[in-house]
Design a binder for this molecule. Sequence first.
Ligand code: HEM
Length: 109
Amino acid sequence: MKKTILIALSLIMVIALVACSQTDVGPPDEAGDLQLTLEELAQYNGKDGNPAYVAVDGIIYDLTDSSLWNGGEHNGFEAGNDLTDEIKNQSPHGVGNLEGFPVVGELVE
Ligand code: HEM
C-alpha cells in the first residue's frame, strides 16, 4: 500500500515537472518574433499595401496605423528604415512617441 502511494506521488511529481518545463515562465518577448536585416526592413515602407515598419534602437515598430505616417512618410522621413538617430536628434518629440505602437521584431545584422 505504501509502495503504491509512493509510486503515485512520484508520478505526480514527474508530471508536474514536465508541465512546468513546458510552460514559458520567462518575460514576454518584447521584441516580437520578426528578425529583419536593414535590407529586409526596406520593403516595409508603407507603400503599395506594405506595412510601415521603423527600427529604433534595434526594435522594429509597426507605424502602419498612424495617420501621421500615411504612405510610410512623416516629415520627410520614410518607413522601412532605421531612424534611431533621426528620432533622437532631429524630431522635436523623441522616442516617447513610439510608445503604444506594436513591436513586431528586432533588427539583426
Ligand atoms: C523633423 C523631424 C520630425 C518632426 C518635426 C516630427 C513631428 C511630429 C509631430 C508634430 C507629431 C505629432 C505630435 C506629437 O505627438 O508630438 C509626431 C508624431 C510622431 N512622430 Fe514625429 N517628427 C519628426 C521625426 C520623426 C521620426 C524620425 C520618427 C521616427 C520613428 C517619428 C515618429 C513619430 C511617431 C511614432 C509619432 C506618433 C504618431 C501617432 O501618434 O500617430 N517622428 N511627429
